[in-house]
Design a protein around this ligand. Structure first.
Ligand code: KIV
Length: 280
C-alpha cells in the first residue's frame, strides 16, 4: 500500500463502478466495514460520493436537518422524492437508499408497494428503507415481490417516537432485545438485503450481526456490527444542539460557516467587497 494511504485504508471495493446489494454482502463476508452517510441534496451528495462512501441514505432525517421539524413524521413522499432525485443525479458510485416516510407503508401493503414504486420510478434510486419488524412484514413481502430491495431499520425507530415517548437507548431489557433479534431474522428471511440498528447496546448489535448473514449497519449500535451510518449534518458539526454519545464530529462546520458569513458581512459593510478585480 502506498505510504500516503496508510491512515486512510482504501475500500476493497474502491474499484467497483457502482455499489450493489451483492457488493455489500461480499463486504460482510470479507469483514470489510460498510461506510454509510446521509445526504439530501445534489452538492453534498456529489462530495460524499466522490470521497468514496459505500452507501448514501436519503434519510427522512431530512425532516429535521433540512426542514427544521422536531420529528421525522411531517416529511412527505413528494419531499423524499425531491431529495432523492437530487442525490441520485449527483451519485456515480455509491448505492442510494431512500427512506419511505411515515404514513406511506404502515397502513396496508398495497399502499406500501405504490409508495416504493413511486420512489424507485421517480428517483432512480437503488433501494428503499423502512422502519419496523413483524408489524410491517406484509408490506416488506409485497415490496420485495416487486423486485425492490429493502433495507430494514430496527431499534430506535424515529417514526414511532410518539409510541416510545423518548429518544433513549432501546433494547436494554431482555424482552425488547429478544424481539429485536426476532424481527431482524424475520426481515432477513423475507429477503431484506441489510438492516440498520439504531441506538441499542453494543452487545445486542454484536449479537444481531453475528446471527444474520445480511449486513447490519449501526448508528449507536457499537463497533461490532458490519458498518456504520451517521447523519452528515451531525458528523460535519453543522447541527449544534444534537450530541448523543454515539456521534463523532469530524468537523465544526457551524463555526466555520458562521465565521465566513461574518467576514462577508464585514467586507460588504466596509465596502471592501467587491474590489476592483471582482467587478466588470
Ligand atoms: O433518517 C435517517 O437519517 C436514518 C438514519 C439515522 C439511519 O434513518
Amino acid at each position: 500500500m502506498p505510504s500516503n494511504q496508510k491512515n486512510t485504508p482504501m475500500s476493497i471495493h474502491s474499484e467497483i463502478r457502482k455499489v450493489t446489494t451483492h457488493n455489500l454482502s461480499e463486504m460482510k463476508l470479507r469483514g470489510e466495514k460498510i461506510a454509510m452517510l446521509t445526504s439530501y441534496d445534489y452538492s453534498m451528495a456529489k462530495l460524499v460520493d466522490e470521497a468514496g462512501i459505500d452507501v448514501i441514505l436519503v434519510g427522512d432525517s431530512a425532516s429535521n436537518v433540512m426542514a427544521g421539524n422536531e420529528t421525522t413524521l411531517p416529511i412527505t413522499l413528494n419531499h423524499m422524492i425531491y431529495h432523492g432525485t437530487s442525490v441520485v443525479k449527483a451519485t456515480k458510485r455509491a448505492m442510494v437508499v431512500i427512506d419511505l416516510p411515515f404514513g406511506t407503508y404502515q397502513s396496508d401493503s398495497h399502499k406500501a408497494l405504490v409508495s416504493a414504486i413511486r420512489v424507485m420510478k421517480e428517483t432512480a434510486a437503488d433501494a428503499i428503507k423502512i422502519e419496523g419488524g413483524a408489524e410491517i412484514i406484509e408490506s416488506v413481502h409485497r415490496i420485495l415481490s416487486a423486485g425492490i430491495p429493502i433495507m430494514g431499520h430496527l431499534g430506535l425507530i424515529p417514526q414511532s417516537i410518539h409510541k416510545f415517548g423518548t429518544y433513549a437507548v432501546r433494547a436494554k431489557e431482555e424482552a425488547e432485545a429478544e424481539k429485536l433479534l426476532k424481527d431482524a431474522k424475520l426481515l432477513e428471511e423475507a429477503g431484506c438485503f441489510a438492516i440498520v440498528l439504531e441506538k441499542i447496546p453494543a452487545k445486542v448489535g454484536k449479537l444481531v450481526a453475528e446471527e444474520l448473514k445480511i449486513p447490519v449497519i449501526g448508528i449507536g449500535a457499537g463497533s461490532e456490527v458490519d458498518g456504520q451510518v451517521l447523519v452528515i449534518h451531525d458528523m460535519l458539526g453543522i447541527t449544534q444542539q444534537f450530541s448523543p454519545k454515539f456521534l463523532r464530529r469530524y468537523h465544526n462546520l457551524a463555526t466555520e460557516i458562521k465565521g465566513a458569513v461574518k467576514n462577508y458581512i464585514n467586507d460588504v459593510k466596509l465596502q471592501d467587497f467587491p474590489n476592483e478585480k471582482e467587478q466588470y
